[in-house]
Design a binder for this molecule. Structure first.
Ligand code: GLC
Length: 440
């Protein structure tokens, strides 16, 4: 059996095995009286986070669910995880569990039919979330998940090295980034760090590459994979040039191995001190801030840009309730607690998660442990652009795959930018039925 299938089976085993246990177990013995008590029902949540975020969710939700009279089964994400496939399979089987599930901001359209519309449960509360984020979770007028934390691309840099080599501030354009990366790399290598690189990022063919390429190409060529007027504008001179530029980084300021790096691989290279810049995510800020070797030696800034400004991909998670849950009322209550202003504020302070409620985003006391304080204060949404997941609907994963495969083929020199973009245009037209528009 392929590894992924084995993994899904084991997750399903955990989830479905537990529901069998609930159905079959006659009861449990109470510790104090020795009497048989009926087993309390189970509420299950599949999360997308791990580490401190998962710890926070588990520690806060367990007592909350307990006072609702339920046991709580919390399944954090694992590194080898492919949640999309697990969710697909669970929904196909109309599984009664999980009751609650976390979704990446790009998944709502894929699972909308299996999720409860949460709008009626939120009432006026809905107005405290930014429209751009709500829109990504709204499919055909139904709010299928509520944003629990927000994420965006960020440029992390080694502030000590910028200072050492006389750069007064971090780069704002791709030209500036290239220049600084080259200088720092050369000088660090001269100083004995033979494996030092200027700039790392996740270049393996995956969603992480879609996000990075989306930022390169929209900041320099203004295209967004799919456009809101239902056109496809990927074939033009500036897109070709932006792709050529990215390909020229590989092996010069970026390690050749980048074409196989996932998000964690690039992070590990940067965090171990082997690179000056990394294109990372806001969610990782806490990792850097709590790392002894990086403390006081790194900074963050907006992802560099070009003629179309500085663009950052919108990411983040929402939490949804399965239509097949038998405990909808309790699941909705738990969800509302998880996204409440008070819990989001506490999570921001403890874990550094960026809150999704804009009144919280403007509070310095709440934001102090997130990336958006100091020079980044009040910039949570500046330059943030969503990937076209709402536009593509349930085809988003095919659209994104076509995009990252085309970009990857250029990075690996399997295709010239011109050919890759022509083929991509054709594929995107086939998938979406949108109209191709070419510009010189
Ligand atoms: C981050 C983002 C998510 C994105 C993923 C890609 O986790 O929050 O939206 O899809 O990175 O690797």
């Amino acid at each position: 059996m392929p590894r992924r299938d084995v993994y899904i089976r084991s997750i399903l085993g955990i989830v479905l095995g537990l529901s069998t246990q609930v159905a079959c177990a006659p009861g449990q013995r109470s510790g104090s009286t020795g009497q048989i008590q009926p087993l309390r029902p189970l509420l299950t949540m599949m999360s997308l986070v791990n580490g401190r975020g998962a710890e926070f969710e588990r520690n806060h939700l367990t007592p909350y669910v307990d006072q609702l009279g339920y046991r709580f089964q919390y399944l954090p994400a694992f590194q080898s995880d492919n949640r999309v496939d697990s969710y697909r399979q669970l929904f196909r089987e109309r599984s009664l569990q999980p009751d609650l599930l976390e979704l990446d901001i790009i998944w709502p359209a894929i699972f909308a039919d299996h999720l409860v519309d949460l709008k009626p449960y939120l009432g006026q509360d809905v107005h405290s979330f930014p429209a751009e984020i709500l829109q990504a979770f709204t499919i055909n007028g139904r709010l299928v998940a509520v944003p629990v934390f927000m994420d965006t691309g960020l440029l992390y840099y080694r502030s000590d090295l910028l200072k050492k080599y006389g750069f007064a501030k971090p780069p704002e354009t791709w030209d500036e980034l290239e220049h600084m990366a080259k200088v720092i790399q050369r000088r660090e290598r001269q100083a004995g760090q033979k494996e030092f690189w200027g700039f790392v990022w996740p270049g393996s063919p995956s969603e992480g590459l879609t996000c990075n390429a989306f930022e390169w190409l929209s900041s320099q060529a203004g295209e967004h994979i799919l456009e809101s007027d239902h056109t496809i504008r990927v074939y033009n001179r500036r897109t070709r040039q932006a792709l050529e530029r990215a390909a020229s980084w590989v092996g010069t300021i970026t390690p050749p191995g980048v074409i196989d790096y996932d998000e964690d691989d690039s992070w590990n290279v940067w965090a171990a001190g082997h690179a000056a810049f990394i294109r990372g995510w806001a969610y990782a800020y806490n990792r850097a801030a709590s790392s002894k070797s990086l403390q006081g030696r790194f900074g963050i800034t907006r992802v560099p840009g070009g003629i179309n400004g500085q663009v950052r991909a919108l990411g983040g998670n929402g939490v949804a309730v399965s239509r097949y849950s038998e405990h909808r009322a309790e699941a909705v209550m738990t969800l509302r607690y998880l996204v409440s202003a008070s819990l989001q504020a506490e999570r921001a302070q403890q874990v550094g998660s960026v809150p999704t409620r804009w009144p919280l985003q403007n509070r310095p006391d709440v934001m102090a442990n997130t990336p958006f304080h100091g020079s980044m204060a009040r910039q949570v949404m500046t330059g943030v652009v969503a990937r076209p997941s709402s536009l593509a609907g349930s085809s988003y994963d095919r659209v994104s795959r076509a995009y990252f495969e085309a970009v990857h083929s250029v990075l690996t020199h399997q295709s010239a930018p011109d050919n890759a973009l022509l083929a991509l245009e054709k594929e995107l037209v086939n998938i979406t039925g949108f109209r191709a528009v070419r510009e010189e």
